[in-house]
Ligand binder design. Structure first.
Ligand code: MG
Length: 270
């Protein structure tokens, strides 16, 4: 139904009636069907308050980093307190500490995070502002499913390894990168793979990603974990931490801020 402002007056009313008649004129293939037959009233979707500003997380988010501390994170290699640096509301990679990951494990979720390549970034190709977010950390080091973070602003590399790629599996639809020194965002919808009791995959992982608000992965299907060398394959898991990569490239370390996740309880599989 189209709502019209009262100020539209008689002219608006005329338009409203015309629209209403047109909608009813579409024939139903079911004889005797009523409009109410196709109305669903329950279950009522829970109320979630969006953030008061575009930077603030919604009311049902689990905040993973709000600029204050790393209490939600540990070092991947030994699960000790995360050794990256927090200053001025920003988290910066400490390469010596290695990758960090969340204490909590997640299954299906929506993730928001912001990252910044340093303005004084150096290097080329994969050696220029390399990091990554592993959407499920299935083991030590770089095990899991990596959504690549890289300086891909006028920096050529293999396309399934540029920023926004699912590493070595899917290039982004477009390159929405901002310049070094500017904050960028990822908004991710991660649908975990499912496995039979014998460990065989029954539905593959699927992921959608917005980079700086631009759709770059549209329900992309993964063929397994993202590997540096070799053909991807699946390893069974139920839930896993989210991991951030401390890449060994020699360029200055990048930073993160405003990281939150919303768990998705039930997701239909195709
Ligand atoms: Mg990486």
């Amino acid at each position: 139904m189209i709502r019209l402002p009262v100020a539209a007056g008689l002219g608006g009313l005329t338009l409203f009636l015309a629209t209403s008649v047109m909608a009813q004129a579409v024939p139903s293939p079911t004889p005797g069907a009523k409009p109410q037959d196709t109305e669903q009233w329950t279950p009522v979707p829970p109320v979630v308050s969006p953030g008061a500003t575009s930077e603030a997380p919604p009311s049902d988010a689990i905040v993973l980093f709000d600029g204050k501390n790393l209490e939600q994170w540990v070092n991947t290699r030994d699960k000790t307190p995360a050794g990256w640096r927090v200053a001025n509301g920003v988290l910066t990679v400490e390469k010596k500490a290695g990758n960090i990951e969340t204490k909590r494990s997640f299954r299906n979720y929506q993730l928001h995070l912001e990252w910044r390549i340093p303005k004084d970034v150096t290097g080329t190709g994969q050696g220029r502002g390399n990091s990554g977010v592993f959407l499920a950390s299935t083991g030590p080091a770089d095990a899991g499913y990596e959504l690549q973070i890289l300086d891909s602003y006028q920096n050529e590399t293999y396309v399934n390894g540029q920023a926004g790629s699912l590493y070595k599996q899917a290039a982004p639809l477009v390159n929405a990168s901002r310049k070094p020194g500017e904050w960028q965002s990822y908004d991710v919808i991660w649908i975990a793979p499912t496995f039979a009791s014998d460990g065989k995959v029954t539905s593959p992982a699927r992921v959608s990603v917005l980079h700086n608000g631009v759709l770059i992965q549209n329900n992309t299907t993964l063929t397994g974990e993202t590997l540096y060398i070799g053909k991807p394959y699946y390893r069974s898991y139920v839930s896993a931490p989210i991991k951030l990569q401390a890449h060994g490239d020699p360029s200055p370390p990048l930073s993160f801020r405003n990281i939150w996740v919303r768990e998705l309880a039930a997701v239909a599989t195709p």
